[in-house]
Design a protein around this ligand. Structure first.
Ligand SMILES: NC(=O)c1ccc[n+]([C@@H]2O[C@H](COP(=O)([O-])OP(=O)(O)OC[C@H]3O[C@@H](n4cnc5c(N)ncnc54)[C@H](OP(=O)(O)O)[C@@H]3O)[C@@H](O)[C@H]2O)c1
Length: 301
């Protein structure tokens, strides 16, 4: 497993113990120091030594805005070529490769949920680098699952690399502490729609997929896996403050994305429909509000 210090990787390690058939799982959890996927030689030597049945590749370059500028080469080195290195070795060893990809492979021009059969058209460098990674996986590792997810939040975030939930809480708390009336106002984009996904739910979903694929009747391919339902960032923020018990003190002002310009363009609509999970009879992730509520109970003291 790669990316274990990230939001998803951390939860994949934590949930492995409760995965179906956990007693049969032997997990090799590799942080970047143990395996930097940019290094093809290291990837080959680590995998040839371990000879894993399954590699779950949760590691990625995820700084979407930096990828438009100084981080561009690194985004491709990690997300495209790093994934190519893993796919090449998985292909030659016959290992299954699970690659975690993103809703940002879509341009967001559709107004109904995207299925695995919709055409991609990434509109930023991060999305293009992740799509390149997907292509390497498809061409080099016949036994693969590509799991596209979106708007991920989890408990484990590296310093300076938060998530939307933590950012909203930090902004509101700072203002509430500074203002005499103890209130806060945040402006949040209301014209981008997606599916918030708790990394722990995603981790459970990935284990279900991996273990359902351990039989001879394995179903490889591309899967959409994100929290059920959808919302705008504005609605997501309102739900966060409601769960935190701040709803009466925090005003969430809706703004268009054009009022919050960022280096990377984001799709206006990137709701993922889990068509492949449904047709395979595999569980889909629960409603995003229910997941958020449980997550907030864990992180808000
Ligand atoms: N976050 C989202 O909203 C979102 C949305 C859609 C899809 N995804 C995808 O979901 C997956 C998990 O995302 P996340 O939010 O858990 O990411 P994250 O918290 O940013 O973690 C990324 C992980 O990748 C590791 N990594 C970076 N460069 C690496 C390299 N060269 N070799 C090996 N590992 C490396 C990082 O290690 P260090 O800590 O040492 O840097 C970290 O453990 C990624 O594939 C991402 O593209 C995320």
């Amino acid at each position: 497993m790669t990316g274990i210090t990230g939001q998803l990787g951390h939860d994949l390690v934590q949930t492995a113990k409760r995965a179906p058939m956990a007693e049969k799982l032997e997990v090799l959890a590799l942080d970047r120091a143990a395996l930097d996927v940019r290094n093809a030689r290291d990837v080959r030597s680590v995998l040839e030594t371990a000879r894993p049945d399954v590699v779950i590749h949760a590691g990625a370059y995820t700084k979407v805005d930096l990828a438009e500028g100084e981080g561009r080469l690194d985004a491709y080195a990690v997300n495209a070529f790093g994934t190519q290195h893993l796919a090449q070795v998985c292909g030659s060893l016959g290992s299954t490769l699970v690659y975690v990809s993103t809703d940002y492979v879509f341009d967001g021009l559709k107004q109904t949920p995207y299925t695995e059969f919709d055409m991609v058209n990434p509109i930023n460098e991060y999305g293009r680098s992740k799509w390149a990674g997907e292509q390497f996986v498809r061409h080099l590792a016949p036994r693969h699952c590509i799991v596209r997810t979106s708007w991920v939040y989890g408990a484990n975030t590296a310093p300076g690399n938060g998530n939307f939930v933590k950012t909203m809480l930090r902004l509101a708390r700072r203002q509430m502490g500074e203002r005499a009336d103890g209130c806060a106002e945040v402006a949040v984009v209301a014209d981008q729609i997606g599916c918030p996904t708790w990394s722990r739910d995603l981790a459970h979903g990935i284990w279900n997929l991996v273990l359902s694929n351990s039989s001879e009747l394995a179903t490889f391919g591309t899967y959409h896996m994100a929290g059920s339902g959808s919302c705008s960032w504005h609605e997501f923020a309102e739900a966060i403050f409601l769960e935190a018990g701040f709803a009466d003190r925090v005003t969430v002002r809706p703004i268009p994305a054009s009022e919050y310009p960022r280096p990377a363009k984001r799709p206006a609509y990137s709701v993922l429909e889990p068509l492949a999970l449904r047709t395979q009879g595999l569980p889909i992730l629960r409603d995003w509000r229910e997941a958020l509520s449980e997550y907030m109970d864990l992180i808000v003291e």
